[in-house]
Design a protein around this ligand. Structure first.
Ligand code: ASP
Length: 361
């Protein structure tokens, strides 16, 4: 059990982390009535606490949404904020019931005329999956912005407060509309389909390796570079209406000397789809390919992705996808491919239709 820090100490630490930038904060503040931004907290390190400000060990999801809001009073100059607690978990524990609850609540909020945007606080471990899931099922052009932190709220130089401040600035900004679900961490604005976590511990952990950033944000000053890539939100064909459960899709990593045992095991465990985090351009050993093709023929959807950080997996490059009945993940890393496939499998689909989805979203 961790000793809990007094809220006043947490407040001092996090306010102190952003307190030296009053001039830049003032520049970022809008004129006229403030937009309403709703903050949905799910947990993560941004809400984490440690027993001391210089120790590596900590527990995610310790600080509630009201404490998070109180810790960054500067954000109240950008928007009128109110918070709701959706969950308070480390994002390694993210699950379908939280996803469905979160997406349902966002879809309610964005239909309210007085809500300008939504900020979601989340753990960094699976933020790319949640962001991409929301990018496919939220039905609105209004800004929906996730943010996170690599250091807990009690840490020396906690990164959460400024990330939160910047996320509120983006969610309150009209130019953020129509760019799909965004992730704001460490001064960068990422698209949900492009970002990936690249460092286990560094504050600069997120990259969008294939397509680059949607924009940058420094102390609330936003510079957008590009629009969204791929179909998303208001243009998405996916919907959670009436959905209470998502089909099982497993990710299996390829490696030297791989056999088909894990592939067979995943199907035996009930997987309706498989994503292979292949070597190189979505490759795997001959025995693994044989096992995969057997399941593809039996109706399990098999997607070839890659364990490599960047580069797309092309169709029919070293593997004959047409003959085996596989789908190539194209720009989707394994975790994004899994999210897309789970939503795609809510309807029965041909391999050609699934391949279309991977090229459009
Ligand atoms: N394990 C944490 C989480 O994903 C890590 C973080 O938030 O940085 O909740």
């Amino acid at each position: 059990m961790l000793p809990r820090l007094a809220p006043s100490l947490i407040l001092t630490l996090v306010v102190g982390a952003v307190g030296g930038h009053a001039q830049a904060l003032a520049q970022a503040a809008p004129t006229g009535p403030l937009p309403n931004v709703v903050v949905l907290a799910t947990g993560g390190t941004i809400a984490g606490a440690a027993a001391s400000d210089v120790q590596a060990g900590y527990t995610s999801g310790q600080v509630g949404v009201e404490q998070l809001l109180a810790a960054v009073p500067q954000a109240k100059k950008l928007a009128t904020l109110r918070g709701e607690q959706i969950s308070n978990i480390g994002s390694q524990d993210m699950n379908d019931s939280v996803w469905i609850k979160l997406a349902t609540r966002i879809n309610e909020l964005v239909t309210m005329p007085d809500v300008a945007g939504v900020v979601i606080t989340h753990g960094t471990d699976t933020i790319e999956e949640t962001a991409y899931f929301l990018n496919l099922v939220v039905k609105s052009r209004k800004p929906v912005v996730l943010t996170a932190a690599m250091r807990p709220s009690t840490a020396l130089s906690a990164d959460g407060p400024l990330n939160f401040y910047n996320a509120v600035a983006v969610a309150a900004n009209k130019d953020a509309a129509g760019r799909g679900v965004l992730v704001v961490v460490n001064d960068w604005v990422h698209g949900a389909s492009s970002l990936t976590k690249t460092s286990t511990t560094a504050v600069q952990t997120f990259l969008s390796p294939l397509t680059g950033l949607v924009g940058t944000v420094a102390y609330g000053e936003i510079d957008f570079n590009r629009g969204p890539i791929g179909r998303h939100t208001s243009e998405s064909e996916f919907s959670l209406d009436g959905v209470t459960a998502l089909p099982r899709v497993d990710i299996i990593m390829a490696h030297e000397n791989m056999d088909g045992a894990l592939i067979d095991g995943a199907v035996a465990a009930g997987a309706k789809g498989l994503v292979i985090a292949g070597v190189g351009n979505g490759n795997m050993t001959a025995p693994a390919l044989t096992a995969l093709a057997k399941h593809a023929k039996a109706g399990v959807v098999c997607v070839r992705s890659t364990r490599v950080t960047t580069g797309r997996v092309g169709r029919n490059v070293e593997v004959d996808d047409d003959k085996a009945g596989f789908v190539a993940s194209l720009d989707h890393n394994p975790q994004k491919a899994r999210v897309l496939l789970r939503l795609a499998l809510l309807k029965s689909r041909s391999t050609a239709d699934l391949q279309r989805l991977f090229s459009e979203y």
